[in-house]
Ligand binder design. Structure first.
Ligand code: NOJ
Length: 596
């Protein structure tokens, strides 16, 4: 007990020693902890005095491997490409990368159709490349998170090939096979998310199989204990190679009603021409929680984190994914920000209040490989770079773990296909022009202003927007006012400032329609974040006495406004359009109430 206490004190001391000087011109080095080799060991001790785990202090970064860096110039990114960019990621302030599926796959859904869970697709490299990436990442203090596609396999997976071969196959019951209601009449009215009936007739055995996504992605039958055991073993296979956790794909839809009731039909049609329906019988069934609790037990043996692709509509639904005793997902994604498409302080306040009050640790995401890039969603077409910094100022200073999407840090924009024949993502071809697919947010990373943005010397698998000439790593690294340098400084601050690491969240000036502001309070200090989300200059004042802090002035830590001094007045703060001010408030002498 005494030893544990000394350890916690030591960690708190270290955190306090690693403070960032105000307005440093060169980005400070983040003080990430090195991941420990964690094979089969008991959960590691917390990393700080507040009992936080490593993933609560970490900054996560999603890599879409097809598009990150192409080491062999075949036009598609690969694992060696990622390995060559570890210095870049470290300098940015990334502690963990989530790599979307890089396993063998026919690539119908660009890797989300896995045909072998325990290997690497040759287009990305080999298992030994993976091991090298893993050890290189470990040397850089960066953990690797893999994508676990649990809901379905590829129709080319050996389990499915066997399953469809005969009604008596050993693997028959690993998938969901049913008789139709009659000729050309599937078992029920369920519609696939990617268009058409969710049932595919298989001529050989004259039954239908179920697929929530494409027909080439048959759903696994998680009610079969053999499926559960084989899939749990997959996670152990990767943990024993040093992986620090998984992002769990499509967990909402692991189970279906065994009696196959029809879903209620809603008015209208979707982009693919199917009747809309409410997924009452094939989405968020309670059985999913048993599986998550089991996966968590395994993960805990490896000090690993489970991130969920959980499409929750409110905080009650989100809370269920943390588990009744915090024993399911440590990081269910709420996607609430991704549903806010405009710079709206009232809307952000509402979403943050909900997530900040949830039963577990908040997770903040602005965009990903399925969602239009934040640069376009929030940009007004004129001030997009400033707005990108405002959004960084928001989601990187909140209480919770952020997951960046590659390229967000340089202001990459969507490059949507112009014509149907350009589309690579099958849903874009099926739903054109209403649904253009997801190619636009998956274009190659922009490294420099040479042809193909330095991503490849081959032909990139998706076209790169012309904005790469100005928005690329090399150019932005040389510009102290770039989005990239702002991200680097902000992440360095986030890694070292105790209030940003440990503090609570308190909304300020809650009725201001233009300026979003809040405190992150920890002990006798607080970080004040002020974000002007409007195109007009704004004047604000803060009365922090009720929070126990001095209302005179703040010590400037980081701002996008040139000319702001080391100290800023809290009673009369002038904000430039779309600007960020981050400062530190202190308690008046003698008052020392703990704020957290
Ligand atoms: C969610 C993934 O993010 C998406 O890209 C994929 O198409 C579906 N799951 C199916 O696996």
């Amino acid at each position: 007990m005494a030893r544990k206490f000394c350890f916690l004190l030591f960690c708190a001391f270290l955190a306090l020693c690693q403070r960032l000087p105000a307005q440093s011109t060169a980005p400070a080095k983040p003080a990430a902890t090195k991941p420990t080799k964690s094979v089969g060991q008991a959960p590691a001790p917390p990393v700080d005095a507040e009992g936080h785990q490593w993933w609560q202090h970490a900054v996560f970064y999603e890599i879409y491997p097809r598009s990150f860096a192409d080491s062999n110039n075949d036009g598609v990114g690969d694992l060696n490409g990622i390995a060559s960019k570890l210095d870049y990621l470290k300098k940015l302030g990334v502690d963990a990368v989530w790599i979307t599926p890089c396993f063998p796959s026919p690539q119908v859904d660009f890797g989300y159709d896995v045909s072998d869970y325990e290997d690497i697709d040759s287009m990305y490299g080999t298992l030994s490349d993976f091991d090298q990436l893993q050890s290189g990442a470990q040397e850089h203090g960066i953990r690797i998170i893999l994508d676990f596609v649990m809901n379905h396999t590829s129709d080319q997976h050996k389990w499915f090939i066997d399953s469809r071969s005969s009604r008596t196959s050993k693997y028959r019951d690993w998938y969901i096979w049913r008789d139709g209601k009659g000729p050309n009449h599937p078992p029920n009215n369920w519609v696939a998310l990617f268009g058409g009936s969710a049932w595919q007739f298989d001529g050989k055995t004259k039954q239908y199989y179920y697929h929530y996504f494409y027909p080439q992605q048959p759903d696994l039958n998680w009610r079969n204990p053999a499926v559960k055991s084989a899939m749990f073993d997959v996670t152990k296979f990767w943990y024993s190679r040093g992986v620090a956790g998984f992002r769990l794909d499509a967990v909402d839809t692991l189970f279906e009603d065994p009696e196959l009731h029809d879903n209620p039909v809603l008015p209208g049609k979707n982009s693919y021409g199917d009747l809309n329906e409410k997924n009452e019988y094939n989405d968020k069934l309670p059985e999913v929680h048993d599986i998550l609790q089991g996966l968590r037990k395994v993960a805990d043996n490896y000090n690993a984190v489970l991130i969920g692709e959980t499409w929750t509509s409110d905080v009650q639904e989100l809370n269920q994914y943390y588990g009744p005793h915090g024993n399911e997902l440590q990081m269910p994604m709420d996607f609430m920000f991704t549903k806010v498409d405009k710079l709206s302080p009232p809307e952000f306040r509402k979403q943050i209040a909900a997530v900040d009050g949830a039963a577990g640790w908040p997770v903040y995401v602005l965009s990903n490989h399925d969602i239009e890039r934040s640069y376009n969603r929030y940009g007004d077409g004129k001030h997009n770079d400033e707005i990108a910094k405002v959004m960084a100022g928001l989601y990187l200073t909140l209480r919770g773990t952020p997951i960046l999407y590659y390229g967000e840090e340089i202001g990459m924009q969507n490059n949507n296909p112009k014509t149907k024949k350009d589309v690579k993502d099958p849903i874009g071809r099926l739903g054109w022009p209403n649904e253009k697919g997801r190619d636009g947010e998956r274009t190659p990373m922009q490294w420099d202003n040479t042809p193909n943005a330095g991503f490849t010397t081959g032909i990139p698998w998706l076209p790169i927007p012309v904005s790469y000439r100005t928005h690329n790593v090399d150019t932005e690294q040389k510009d102290p006012n770039s989005i990239l340098v702002f991200y680097q400084r902000l992440l360095a601050l986030r890694h070292t400032n105790p209030s940003l690491l440990e503090g609570d969240y308190v909304a300020l000036n809650k009725n201001d329609p233009n300026v979003m502001s809040y405190l992150r309070r920890y002990k006798d200090k607080a970080v004040l974040v002020v974000l002007n989300m409007s195109a007009a200059p704004q004047k604000v004042r803060f009365d922090l006495e009720a929070q126990g802090f001095s209302s005179d002035e703040a010590r400037t830590l980081l701002t996008t406004m040139p000319g702001v001094r080391d100290k800023a007045s809290l009673s009369d703060m002038n904000l430039a359009p779309f600007s960020v001010y981050i400062g530190e408030a202190t308690k008046p002498a003698r008052s020392s109430n703990a704020g957290n």
